[in-house]
Design a binder for this molecule. Structure first.
Ligand code: DGT
Length: 221
């Protein structure tokens, strides 16, 4: 499956939507499809679910000891592909990024799902990429949520691969996103951050989309 559209803009104004699992990133980003000047790039979950017939997302949850490193390696590749796409529009909005993949690596490192040598290799790849690949990012929109709220949403949507995901895991992923994007004490920030309350209803979030588009999508090269 190709995720690469026809190319025109080499350096579109690029916005990444970040937040915990179930924070509403897909709903938020889909609202931008109404704007003709914006290319919407959803997270390549479907690619992760079908790597030449293998559901790597499922394997990562079922057997992290064996598959976590391989999964993170594939996430980094597919995210880099999205970062480097040239778009037919002056604005580009992405669901997650190679930067937030690092939040999951950090969590897997802390919880020992990754062996120390695996996290070293993934981090060396990451560092090489952010130094050598043009990952122009202009803005991060952080959908900040409460772990209990996203846990409820995740259970309701009942994605098969996520049946084993616990509230504790969502609390860990939340903490790392929050330390990175809200408290700003973890990793460096690749772009300015706008924080929105992702616990709000869908209707309220749609209003936020309009505000963001009108207020913050400012320039394209
Ligand atoms: P949304 O629209 O905010 O509800 O977003 P989701 O939950 O559809 O999308 P996301 O990116 O939070 O997660 C999709 C699934 O993929 C979820 O089970 C978490 C997993 N995931 C995403 N990125 C990574 C990653 O870098 N590492 C690991 N281990 N899992 C990831």
């Amino acid at each position: 499956m190709s995720i690469i559209p026809s190319a025109v803009y080499k350096r579109p104004f690029t916005v990444c939507i970040e937040g915990n699992i179930g924070s509403g990133k897909t709903t938020f980003i889909n609202e931008f499809k109404q704007y003709n000047d914006t290319t919407v790039l959803q997270e390549p979950v479907e690619l992760w679910r079908n790597v030449s017939g293998t559901n790597l997302l499922e394997l990562m949850y079922k057997d992290p000891g064996q598959y976590a490193c391989l999964f993170q390696s594939y996430v980094q590749l597919t995210m880099l592909q999205l970062h480097t796409i040239e778009t037919p529009t002056p604005y580009k909005i992405m669901e997650r990024s190679v930067f937030s993949a690092r939040c999951f690596i950090e969590n897997m490192k802390r919880t020992k799902m990754l062996r120390p040598v695996e996290s070293v290799v993934l981090e060396e790849w990451y560092n090489w990429c952010i130094t050598n690949v043009k990952l122009k990012t202009d803005l991060i929109i952080y959908l900040r949520t409460t772990p209990e709220v996203v846990y409820k949403r995740m259970r309701e949507r009942a994605r098969e691969e996520e049946c084993s995901v616990s509230l504790e895991y969502l609390q860990q992923v939340h903490q790392i996103h929050d330390d990175w994007l809200y408290h700003r004490t973890l990793f460096s920030l690749p772009a300015p951050v706008i924080t929105l309350n992702g616990d709000k209803s869908i209707e309220e979030m749609f209003a936020e989309v309009r505000k963001c588009k009108e207020g913050f999508f400012t320039k394209a090269d």
